[in-house]
Design a binder for this molecule. Structure first.
Ligand SMILES: [Fe+2]
Ligand SMILES: [Fe+2]
Ligand SMILES: [Fe+2]
Length: 262
């Protein structure tokens, strides 16, 4: 199993915490595949929850110290997440029928979605300020007219838009390794988002799925150009991410998801 990595947010403590959490889940995934390891898996899951609790605590301190306005709301999301994951571990401990591998897979999905969508809300507070010096203007700020009305889809779209802002602000200030890491995070988030949309929409929807897979190919190509230095991060943010996202939301996502209950 390959360990999905999370994009660096620029704070060494948080980034280190993410690496440790993802590595812990990857090794738990290995242990949980063998039924004879049930006791070991349970101990590992509890250890993971402790690690996650510590990580959230550090994150809450950092969010408050940078003056992030949503810090209290974010801390409540952490509490709910820990409670939900704790309940899953309890159910497993007291004989629930679903396999441990499923619990580990669910935890991995929840953690990735929390980090890439919810946490990314404060990551731009950690970046450099706006960059009027760049030839490509910043991606447009999020505009409520782009909401679909489905809370989960909208939270993903906003996270993608924030990621575009991060690419823009890092123009000329990030080395290839940092850009590769951000690209990897973008790819993980795009795939999670597309999978979510394709699962939420109740009917077979080949046109929409095709638009998604075409965009992943475009992203691959543009990502290579970015890493080879043929495209600047600000051009990538504006021309690849921002334009596609806005077009696609208006043409494909809004007509579908506007009708769904959040
Ligand atoms: Fe968080
Ligand atoms: Fe879509
Ligand atoms: Fe979308």
């Amino acid at each position: 199993m390959t360990t999905p990595s999370l994009p660096q947010c620029g704070n060494a403590l948080i980034d280190d915490g993410h690496r440790r959490l993802m590595a812990a889940l990857a090794s738990l995934g290995e242990i949980a595949t063998r039924p004879q390891n049930r006791a070991e898996t349970l101990v590992g899951l509890k250890g993971f929850l402790d690690l996650l609790r510590d990580h959230f605590g550090i994150e809450e301190i950092i969010m408050r110290s940078v003056g992030y306005a949503g810090a209290e709301r974010h801390a409540r999301i952490h509490t709910r997440l820990i409670d939900t994951l704790g309940e899953q571990v309890d159910r497993l401990e007291f004989g629930a029928a679903f396999p441990a591998t499923e619990v580990v897979a669910r935890m991995t999905d929840m953690l990735i979605e929390h980090e890439l969508v919810t946490d990314s809300e404060y990551w731009t507070s950690l970046d450099a300020a706006e960059r009027p010096d760049l030839p490509h203007p910043a991606p447009r700020p999020w505009d409520r007219s782009l909401d679909t009305g489905n809370a989960r889809i909208d939270s993903h779209h906003r996270a993608l838009s924030r990621l575009a802002t991060r690419f823009h602000r890092l123009d000329g200030r990030a080395d290839t390794g940092h850009l590769a890491n951000l690209l990897h995070g973008l790819n993980t988030l795009m795939r999670l988002h597309f999978r979510t949309e394709e699962t939420l929409w109740p009917e077979s929807d080949p046109h929409h799925a095709l638009a998604h897979s075409h965009f992943l190919e475009t992203l691959d190509h543009a990502g290579r150009r970015l890493l080879e230095g043929e495209m600047s991060p600000s051009a990538f943010a504006r021309d690849v991410l921002d334009h596609w996202l806005v077009d696609h939301i208006r043409a494909a996502d809004q007509p579908r998801f506007r009708v769904l209950v959040p």
